[in-house]
Structure formats: structure tokens, C-alpha cells
Design a protein around this ligand. Structure first.
Ligand SMILES: NC(=O)c1ccc[n+]([C@@H]2O[C@H](COP(=O)([O-])OP(=O)(O)OC[C@H]3O[C@@H](n4cnc5c(N)ncnc54)[C@H](O)[C@@H]3O)[C@@H](O)[C@H]2O)c1
Length: 385
């Protein structure tokens, strides 16, 4: 297939029902020009109705070099997000900074009346998430959170299975996963330092596992949490990617939790950046009429994984229904960015709303706090005025 056909096909998938005017251009700015910004820019570049006009990065010269490498000219660059927001007339920004500046960049953009596509995790703490939601409410703008696995056909199938009612009432969920060895430091240490990442394995990959199951069951409110976190691998000179990284490692490389959700549902969660086993388990959704097994490889999107399986009874016989994985390739990052652009142009709603992701953040925040306290805690989510 030619490159052009690839690009057109991506639009076909997203634009099945889209009614936006593709002849009207929106102006977009990029905040943070690291790895994920590269993926956003590649998507925007394919959209004739989007013009990237500005970008900001705290590291001197990084934004200029970023666009030079992209072969893009005439983009105005700034030394921080504030100066870009002050000097530019933007319709939207992609917030592609490390976790600890997600909140400030998003709130500042919303307060300038700018729509925001915010990378995952939403932020670091529940308090920040609440402040983001308040700013969103005040601004009336679109704020979408970058959980692209929602566009994956197999993740959509999982939600469909749960929503179909085939499993009956859901009462227990086990989810999470991780890597035997995989603390992410490919481009530096922003994922492992407290001041930039704020949270570790949970913010990098745990938030995806949580979104997978919580979105499937309709995001019930989290009520209580017993959390545990550790950093044995990250802080070990033997296992850290470089011995000096062990000194600066400031987040969790493993977390586990037992969470009570509204509706009498128990969520059993564990996530690892590093461990002495291949996986801490498959994702399992148990209901009164059936149970769904999602192999751990399928959770991370591998198409070589075993299929999904529903365990249930037919006429008193215990049977298993195999649901083959869909192998059709799709560019899920493109879909999330395009869906955001469509929402900006049509005035909303946000494709991946904060009303859901707030609960994802509340669970992560609860795990951190409960781990520190050493006992179960209630999760209290303030009202968003
Ligand atoms: N959706 C995905 O598939 C995916 C993949 C990778 C990373 N991410 C998320 O994207 C975020 C960034 O990841 P990354 O790997 O690109 O990080 P990175 O550290 O490579 O890049 C972040 C950049 O943001 C800049 N920055 C921070 N605060 C800023 C501010 N106030 N103004 C301007 N620039 C600022 C930093 O200088 C840095 O260059 C993380 O939150 C991560 O979880 C998402």
C-alpha cells in the first residue's frame, strides 16, 4: 500500500460519522517536545485542517532541533509553556510534558481559553486532577486525555463483551501487568525522577490497565484502597539501567492494590516495571453469569497473544467461548489526535473525558497514600464546581 493510501485510510476510520468542516484550519501549539510530542506532530502533519504554529520546551534549543528533525520550518518556539500561551493565538495545544507539569500546563492553557489534548497519566495527584477539572469547567473548552488504547479494536471488543451483559453482574476484576525488566530510560531520566515523573510504573503503564477495565465496566467510583508500592529494582545498582540511575530513582517500580468500587465491585491490581517473573497475571473480569480472561500479552496490545476467552455455562455445561483477536492494524495514536481535533471543531464533548479519568487518578493517588500510611484508606473525591 502507498503512503498516501495509508493516510487516507486513517481518515476513513475516524471520519465515518464525522461532520466537521475539513476546510477550516485550527492553530495548534505543542508543549514539551520529547518522545510523545513526536507522535502527536506526525499525526497533526497529516491533517490538512491543522496548522502547528508554535511550540515550547524548557530545555534551550530542544524545540528548534525537534522541528528541524521533522523538516518543519517557521514554527515559533518558546522557552516555556507560559510564554507561548501569552504570545500566540492558539485553538488547541497538545500537552506532551512529563507528568509533573501536566497540571500547570493544562490549567494555564484552559485559562487562556485553549482546548487541550493532555497526555496520560492525567497528572500526578488527585488534588491536581481536581484543579484540572475545575479549570476545564470554568473554561468550557475541550479537554481530552491521551489514552489511545481506547481506539484499539480488541479493547473495544472487551468493553462490548462486558456491556452486552453476557457476564451478568460484575463483582471482581483482576488487572495490571508489566515487564520482567523494563524501567523506561531511553531518552533520559524524566520517567524515574520524582521531580519530573511524580509517579512511576502506575503513571507509565498502570493507568492503561486501570482504564481498560474501568472503561469496560462504566467507570464506577472508587471508594477505598489498600495500596502497596516498592522500588527494589529502580534503586538497585545491580538492576537499574545504569548504576547512577539507582541514586536518582524516586518513584515506584511496582504497585499492588485492592480497591473497592461502587456497586460492590472489587478491583485487584498489580503493575511492575521490573520483577522476577514474566507477568503478575492475566486480566480477569468475573461476573455472575460468566468470566472473561484477557491474556496479559493482549492487555499490552500484542497480536501474538492467546485469544480472549469467556467462561460460562450452557444448559448446565461449563464451556469456554473463544473470541479471536482482531488483527486489523490501526493507528490508534492518530485516531486519538484526530478525534480530539474533531471535538475542538465541533465544540465537544471530549472523546476521553476527565469525568472518567479523574477516578483513574484517584485510584493511583489512593495507592500512593495508602502505601505510605500502611493501611486501607477511603478515597474522597471533592466536588467539582
Ligand atoms: N500515549 C502514549 O503512548 C505515551 C507514550 C510515551 C509517553 N507518554 C506520556 O507523555 C508524557 C511525556 O513523555 P515523553 O517521553 O515525551 O517525555 P520527555 O521527558 O521526553 O519530554 C517531555 C518534555 O517536556 C518538557 N517540559 C516539561 N515541562 C514543560 C513546560 N512547563 N513547558 C514546556 N516544556 C516542558 C521537557 O523539557 C521535556 O523536553 C509523559 O507524561 C508520558 O506518560 C505517552
Amino acid at each position: 500500500m502507498t503512503d498516501t493510501q495509508d493516510i487516507l485510510n486513517q481518515f476513513k476510520t475516524v471520519h465515518k460519522e464525522s461532520k466537521v468542516d475539513l476546510t477550516k484550519k485550527i492553530k495548534v501549539g505543542i508543549i514539551g517536545t520529547g518522545w510523545i510530542a513526536n507522535a502527536h506532530v506526525k499525526c497533526y502533519k497529516q491533517m490538512k485542517d491543522v496548522e502547528i504554529t508554535a511550540a515550547a520546551d524548557l530545555i534551550p534549543g530542544k524545540a528548534d532541533e525537534f522541528f528541524r528533525q521533522q523538516g518543519m520550518e517557521g514554527i515559533r518556539t518558546y522557552p516555556d509553556h507560559k510564554s507561548m500561551l501569552e504570545n500566540e493565538q492558539l485553538d488547541a495545544v497538545s500537552v506532551c510534558t512529563y507528568n509533573s507539569t501536566h497540571a500547570v500546563c493544562t490549567i494555564d492553557a484552559l485559562e487562556k481559553g485553549i482546548n487541550v489534548l493532555l497526555e496520560k497519566p492525567m497528572c500526578v495527584t488527585l488534588n491536581e486532577a481536581v484543579e484540572i477539572c475545575k479549570a476545564e469547567r470554568r473554561s468550557g473548552k475541550v479537554l481530552s486525555i491521551g489514552f489511545q488504547p481506547r481506539y484499539d479494536l480488541n479493547k473495544q471488543m472487551i468493553r462490548k463483551i462486558v456491556q452486552s451483559g453476557e457476564l451478568g453482574k460484575i463483582y471482581y476484576i483482576q488487572t495490571g501487568g508489566g515487564r520482567r525488566r523494563g524501567i523506561p530510560t531511553p531518552f533520559g531520566t524524566t520517567f524515574i525522577e520524582q521531580k519530573t515523573a511524580g509517579i512511576g510504573a502506575m503513571g507509565d503503564i498502570g493507568c492503561y490497565s486501570l482504564d481498560l477495565v474501568l472503561h469496560a465496566i462504566g467507570y464506577p467510583k472508587p471508594l477505598t484502597v489498600t495500596g502497596y508500592t516498592s522500588d527494589y529494582f529502580g534503586r538497585s545498582k545491580k538492576y537499574a539501567n545504569k548504576p547512577e540511575y539507582a541514586e536518582i530513582f524516586g518513584v515506584e517500580d511496582f504497585a499492588a492494590a485492592f480497591v473497592r468500587l461502587e456497586g460492590g465491585i472489587i478491583l485487584d491490581f498489580r503493575i511492575a516495571w521490573a520483577m522476577h517473573i514474566d507477568t503478575p497475571g492475566d486480566t480477569i473480569i468475573m461476573g455472575t453469569e460468566g468470566a472473561l480472561r484477557i491474556p496479559s500479552e493482549a492487555v499490552v496490545g500484542s497480536l501474538d497473544s492467546e485469544p480472549l476467552k469467556v467462561y460460562h455455562d450452557i444448559a448446565g455445561v461449563q464451556v469456554e467461548t473463544v473470541i479471536p483477536l482482531k488483527t486489523e492494524k490501526s493507528n490508534i495514536i492518530f485516531m486519538k489526535v484526530r478525534d480530539f481535533v474533531d471535538a475542538v471543531k465541533s465544540g465537544g464533548p471530549a472523546p476521553i473525558p476527565t469525568s472518567e479519568i479523574l477516578y483513574n487518578q484517584a485510584i493511583i493517588d489512593g495507592i500512593i497514600k495508602s502505601a505510605k500510611a500502611g493501611h486501607e484508606l477511603e478515597i474522597t473525591i471533592p466536588e467539582i464546581e
